[in-house]
Design a protein around this ligand. Sequence first.
Ligand code: NDP
Length: 292
Amino acid sequence: MKVPVTAQLLDGKSLARTIRLELRDEIVEFIENNGEVPTLAAVLVGNDPASEVYVRNKVKACDEVGIHSRMFRLPADASQDDLLALVAKLNRAKDEPTHGILVQLPLPKQIDSTRILHAISPLKDVDGFHPENVGRLVQGAPRFIPCTPYGIQQLLVRNGIETAGRHVVVVGRSETVGKPMALLLMQRGAGADATVTVCHSKTHDLARLTRQADILIVAIGQPQFIKAEMVKPGAVVVDVGIHRTDAGLVGDVDFPTVSQVASRITPVPGGVGPLTVAMLLVNTLAAARAQQ
Ligand code: NDP
């Protein structure tokens, strides 16, 4: 039985298509002006099925907009030194230019992800995880904004959702989503200027805080955890979570109930996911421009 939805859907899939179309023209112009094709190196270690899908989607999206992608695969038992050597080679890449480097996470347990992410040249760090780029974000002068928070900010701005002065509650404090999301929205300027509360697994009485949110952004990795009674009527709800279940893909938000309370809500799939990929392309073009 289909559940009635009262909230308006925030359609990430169609916005991602719009962003890709915009990029296509900018990339043609970049190639004409510089005689070089923006190039992304995607590194996949092992054969985790979800990571395979994510990398495949990213490579396909590159093709669609005219970004050249180079795919590098290492076996599941590759050592940290093997991966560091590959990253060093891609950092240098002079003969065949590589403007952006993406190392798909998670990495096998014998490899320290932090070591790898810190080894990527900050000028090629299109995921925005290098400490130099994180520091720049903290200081309000970002170079590369991590793709998922960047996509969510675009979703809010381009749907006319005001963030200035509004109470945004971010649930989750990961380095890749929750923390940079909060940093981005607390900055000064358009698409920001929010009053931000960050919650995590040690937060007491989570529902009391989530119910205060004008905009609730959830990235906790717990299927359908946020229920209607945790959401203020009329709030905007952004669901970052993605889980494969027997019933199909679901998010961290219980869509059937929350969509009857919220004013606007992202679907899963078709919400945040496609925008994460689109913003990787945006960052890759930005990296190519910065390296000219
Ligand atoms: P992490 O596991 O790295 O972080 C989860 C965060 O949620 C942690 O800060 C944790 O708190 C907090 N948390 C966990 N359980 C609870 C709880 N019950 N109450 C409050 N806080 C809680 O996850 P990610 O940020 O990497 O990803 C979150 C979700 O988003 C996952 O489902 C992931 O698959 C998805 N994702 C989707 C993307 C997309 O493009 N759509 C991109 C990236 C992620 P603590 O710090 O205390 O442990």
